[in-house]
Structure formats: C-alpha cells, structure tokens
Design a protein around this ligand. Structure first.
Ligand SMILES: Cc1cc2nc3c(=O)[nH]c(=O)nc-3n(C[C@H](O)[C@H](O)[C@H](O)COP(=O)(O)O)c2cc1C
Length: 180
C-alpha cells in the first residue's frame, strides 16, 4: 500500500483534510509528497492543527467537488457531507487515505495507515475547477491581506467562464463569504 494507490502523488496534493477530536473538522489541506516522504504544513491554531496534535490522525479525502472546497475553505461541512464520522470520510470522495500524523513544529509528518478507492473516474482538466481552488487559496488569506480580493475576483471570472454547474455554485459561495 502506498499513497499513489489513493491518488496522492509527488508534489502538493490539494485534498480535504478531515480530522476529529472534540469535533469533526474539514479543511482544504495540501498534502506534500516527495519520494517516500509525505507531510503537511499546518497553520498553528487551526482546528486541523489542534485535532492532529491531540489525535495524531488525518484523513485525506481526494475529492473533485468545487462546492466542497468552497464551503470547507471558509466554514465547516454539514453532517450530510459525511459518509462516516469515525474515521471522518466525505461522501462523494473518489478516494481517502488515513494517515498517522506526527507533529514537528507546524509540520505534520504523515505515515499511511489505510485507505480506499471508492470511485474510478476519468476526468479532463477543467480550468474552472482549478480556478476555484486558486480562488479558495487566496480567499483564505484575504483576512491577512485584503488586496487579495482582486486576485480572487480574477479566478472567479475564469471559474464562471470555464466551469460547470458545481463551479458556478462554488463561485457564488465564495462571493458570499468574501462579500465580493
Ligand atoms: C487549496 C487549499 C489548500 C490549503 N492548504 C493548507 C495547508 O496545507 N495547511 C493549512 O494549514 N491550511 C491550508 N489551507 C487553508 C485552510 O484550509 C484554512 O485556513 C482553513 O480555514 C483551516 O481551518 P480549520 O480551522 O478548519 O482547520 C488551504 C486552503 C486551500 C483553499
């Protein structure tokens, strides 16, 4: 069993990280992989960081739904979005990988413990989906740097032009959260 079996490859893999301690949390997280080494850099103070610190567990949901990325960037998903709560696994995820996570400062060193592929799907690259991910990345930094709103608007225009129905819904969610 290796991370590639669940779609996690060399580079940065944008997944929805689900963790559970006092409460379940979901947040987009970049799982980094170089050769045998797999890790994530977590913002100290985030729910993901706190849950990982207390439980040593992180589930990577390999999912392509822009709406799930939009909601979990700014808020938490509702219970309806979960296939199971323990371990926390999202509905509609193509695959999930369960990692043992050991924190070293703000780096979580990840060791694969299990996982499953739930859907095999063939997908063309869609610039709208990619643009939603970019909009979410910059959108989660807007509080620190309000000028990033302009960048978010740029990516949302691409999402509207190139995306399908789910990207359009995600665009509206991001606009609402950021008030743009
Ligand atoms: C595509 C994407 C990737 C992200 N990657 C990370 C990451 O690797 N580490 C991290 O701490 N936050 C990352 N973030 C930001 C968190 O998702 C965001 O700060 C979230 O609100 C964390 O909240 P939490 O308190 O629910 O854990 C990413 C956001 C996006 C949109």
């Amino acid at each position: 069993m290796k991370p590639e079996d669940f779609g996690i490859r060399d580079g940065i893999n944008e997944v929805i990280g689900t963790t559970r301690w006092k409460e379940i949390n979901s947040a987009p997280i970049g799982i980094r992989k170089r050769g045998e080494r797999v890790w994530a850099v977590l913002y100290p103070g985030s729910h993901t960081f706190e849950n990982v610190k207390h439980t040593g567990m992180l589930v990577a949901n390999v999912i392509h739904d822009p709406v799930v990325f939009a909601i979990s960037s700014f808020d938490d998903l509702s219970d309806d979005n979960f296939l199971s709560f323990d371990p926390p696994i999202l509905k509609d995820t193509s695959a999930y990988a369960i990692f043992h996570a050991e924190l070293e400062g703000n780096t979580a060193n990840l060791k694969l413990e299990g996982g499953k592929v739930l859907k095999m799907e063939v997908r063309a690259i869609n610039r709208g989906l990619n643009a939603i991910i970019e909009a979410c990345v910059h959108g989660t930094r807007v509080q620190k740097d309000p000028s990033l709103k302009e960048r978010v608007k740029y990516y949302l225009a691409i999402a509207e032009k190139c995306g399908g129905e789910r990207e359009k819904i995600a665009t509206e969610i991001i606009r609402d959260y950021l008030n743009i």
